[in-house]
Design a protein around this ligand. Structure first.
Ligand code: HEM
Ligand SMILES: *[C@@H]1O[C@H](CO)[C@@H](O)[C@H](O)[C@H]1NC(C)=O
Ligand SMILES: *[C@@H]1O[C@H](CO)[C@@H](O)[C@H](O)[C@H]1NC(C)=O
Length: 328
């Protein structure tokens, strides 16, 4: 052993040659994702996802909104479709987490998976369905087209405790939010752009009443707080009831920079939204995005791509699920 070590020190030129190879090996976890990963095994995979997302959008427009939120909730910890597992066989579903409150349309993930299973059985992962459906959902909502890689594999376990701990709450501070995204490689500018996803969809009154009762949050635009109080009339709404308000009343189904314009007129829905303008780190980005939709879309694409590549399972890790709700 000792001798070998000595030999290696002496043959340093060879070590220098080896170094780039080693560096590449260490990055293997990331570089396993690639553009059009299914080009040989299931050439139509991306087209099938796109078609199914379009068909679902035509019947139930808010599925597109759900696909975008799914990517956030699945990928904050690891893009591995752990989000989609049901409670069964010792697994506690992440859907039961308080953080997953209000998530919907999970049953239509199965519609997409079934279409893929018909063409290419046991080939396309549920984690890639989460990613690709989000990408196509963004397009349906008038957002940018994002060149997303594929090749993610599916987890055999859920991470409900990590979800509760790591995904920020609606009323967390901006510094906490920024540090969570920072820790997965997304900077403040990217975080501001990602929150632009709240340009679409809804928020239930349970997540809003703290800003309305007993006193109205003084940072809220009075016109907007009137609308919110009209929507959420009780300080203690029944969490089971579907009582909600829209973030962006002007263009609620378009992923555009109206969200930032609203923030600047103090019409941010969640506390976390409104804090983007009270924090000096994020305010300049809000102003820039409010004035330039193209810039918002560029930053949104960049950050969603980073999020979609966070900590995937690849190679021989995990599995390809047959049914996205259950481990094989
Ligand atoms: C600090 C980060 C975030 C927090 C605290 C947060 C929190 C929330 C909350 C509380 C809701 C409303 C749930 C309900 O009452 O029904 C919501 C909705 C939503 N969030 Fe976020 N979110 C964050 C970041 C993101 C990101 C990064 C994305 C996607 C890129 C996203 C996408 C969505 C979408 C699309 C909805 C609407 C869902 C629907 O209408 O069904 N959120 N979020
Ligand atoms: C945030 O809201 C939750 C309820 O959704 C509440 O239990 C918690 O105390 C709030 N946290 C802060 C810091 O206000
Ligand atoms: C509230 O709405 C009225 C009527 O649309 C408008 O004139 C006024 O400027 C608004 N106030 C604020 C604070 O936005």
């Amino acid at each position: 052993m000792r001798k070998m070590a000595d030999d290696q020190t002496r043959s340093s030129p060879r070590f220098i040659l080896l170094f780039p190879v080693l560096a590449l090996l260490f990055q293997a976890g990331c570089s396993d994702l690639q553009l059009n990963y299914y080009s040989k095994s299931c050439p139509k995979a991306e087209e099938i996802v796109k078609e199914e997302v379009m068909k679902l959008y035509e019947k139930h427009g808010n599925t597109a909104v759900s696909w975008v939120r799914n990517l956030f909730h699945d990928c904050m910890e690891s893009c591995d479709a752990s989000l989609l597992l049901e409670t069964a066989n010792g697994i506690v579903s992440e859907k039961t987490s308080q953080r997953s409150f209000g998530m919907r349309n999970f049953k239509y993930v199965n519609t997409i998976k079934q279409a893929l299973e018909t063409q290419c059985p046991m080939t396309v992962s549920c984690a890639d369905i989460v990613a690709l459906s989000a990408r196509e959902g963004v397009v349906m909502l008038g957002g940018p087209h994002i060149a997303m890689k594929t090749g993610r594999r599916d987890a055999r376990e859920s991470h409900v405790a990590v979800i509760n701990d790591f995904i920020p709450n609606h009323n967390d501070s901006m510094s906490l939010v920024l540090s969570r995204f920072q820790s997965i490689g997304i900077d403040a500018e990217g975080t501001v752009a990602l929150l632009g996803a709240h340009s679409v969809g809804r928020v239930h009154c349970v997540n809003l009443v703290d800003r309305l009762y007993p006193n109205v949050d003084p940072t809220l635009n009075p016109n907007y707080s009137e609308y919110l109080k009209g929507r959420c009339q009780s300080p203690q709404p029944d969490p089971e009831a579907v009582i909600y308000a829209r973030n962006d009343r002007e263009t609620p189904m378009i992923l555009d920079n109206m969200y930032y314009k609203n923030l600047l007129s103090h019409k941010g829905l969640l506390l976390v939204d409104q804090q983007l303008v009270s924090d000096p780190v994020t305010l300049p980005f809000v102003e820039k995005m409010a004035s330039d939709n193209g810039y918002f879309h560029d930053q949104f694409s960049r950050a969603l791509l980073l999020l979609s590549e966070n900590n995937p399972l690849a190679g021989d890790q995990g599995e390809i699920r047959k049914d996205c709700r259950f481990v094989n």
